[in-house]
Design a binder for this molecule. Structure first.
Ligand SMILES: *[C@@H]1O[C@H](CO)[C@@H](O)[C@H](O)[C@H]1NC(C)=O
Ligand SMILES: *[C@@H]1O[C@H](CO)[C@@H](O)[C@H](O)[C@H]1NC(C)=O
Ligand SMILES: *[C@@H]1O[C@H](CO)[C@@H](O)[C@H](O)[C@H]1NC(C)=O
Ligand SMILES: *[C@@H]1O[C@H](CO)[C@@H](O)[C@H](O)[C@H]1NC(C)=O
Length: 208
């Protein structure tokens, strides 16, 4: 019995290692490929810190940052557009109703990459991306795309209480800010961002 459990466990360990190896076969893009890096980090991250302009006392008119689950599609095949599943009952979403402008920040600090390399979250080597734009509701076929993207990566969402009137939204990106190396922030346009192919294979295998 004990032997059996050990065997099962070692089999499980092999499976876990295999899955990790396969999942890790996507390499971090070279830092000079700024748009690819931005797409890569957005797809790797499961959540973002979203800043809005607060409508709530005593910080009315001040920046207000809050954590949100995001998804731009399956791991390894994202579209670049971060989708959100939100409700008007939520404090930041109430801000968005007054002013949809927001800033989403994502970081490889969410993954094991920065810790494994000894990169502090504030180090530019621990790539982090800031998306500027506005959050807009999506309907129709795009809502189906958003639902598939979000529910596959956040399965718990399926059971979120229906009476909260959840809806799908996306970040309408107007500017992308990339901190992925020394020398200061780099900016890319939404066009450059969407043109990038984050998953092409390259040498210098710095895998996650
Ligand atoms: C990636 O997603 C696109 C749709 O965005 C789909 O057409 C394509 O088949 C997907 N590729 C893989 C490998 O899943
Ligand atoms: C989506 O539908 C809602 C409710 O019907 C509506 O208020 C909103 O304006 C629509 N949004 C878009 C982008 O069409
Ligand atoms: C996205 O933002 C741009 C620039 O502000 C604006 O022109 C466009 O209408 C917005 N798109 C949506 C769907 O809100
Ligand atoms: C990758 O590295 C190998 C061996 O170092 C080299 O032969 C090959 O040309 C490189 N490929 C690219 C696309 O740089």
């Amino acid at each position: 019995m004990m032997m059996m459990m050990m065997k099962d466990r070692s089999l499980l360990a092999v499976c876990v290692a295999l899955v990790a190896a396969l999942g890790g076969s996507l390499s971090v893009p070279p830092h000079e490929k700024v748009a690819r890096m931005a797409r890569f980090v957005v797809n790797k991250c499961d959540w973002a810190s979203m800043a809005t302009i607060s409508t709530h006392d005593p910080v009315r008119g001040q920046p207000f940052s809050n954590a949100f689950s995001i998804s731009d599609g399956p791991a390894g095949n994202g579209t670049g557009t971060p989708y959100l599943y939100i409700t008007h009952l939520e404090i930041s979403v109430q801000d968005l109703q007054v002013n949809p402008q927001s800033s989403l920040s994502v970081s490889l600090a969410q993954t094991s990459y920065c810790k494994n390399h000894g990169f502090d979250p504030q180090s530019p080597l621990c790539a982090h991306i800031i998306l500027s734009g506005s959050v807009v509701e999506v309907n129709g076929s795009e809502a189906s795309v958003a639902k598939a993207a979000l529910f596959s990566r956040h399965p718990e969402m399926i059971d979120w209480p229906a009476d909260h009137n959840w809806f799908f939204a996306k970040m309408n990106i107007t500017q992308v800010w990339v901190l992925d190396y020394f020398g200061g922030v780099k900016t890319i346009t939404p066009e450059e961002y969407y043109r990038a192919t984050p998953y092409q294979k390259h040498n210098g295998s710095d895998t996650l």
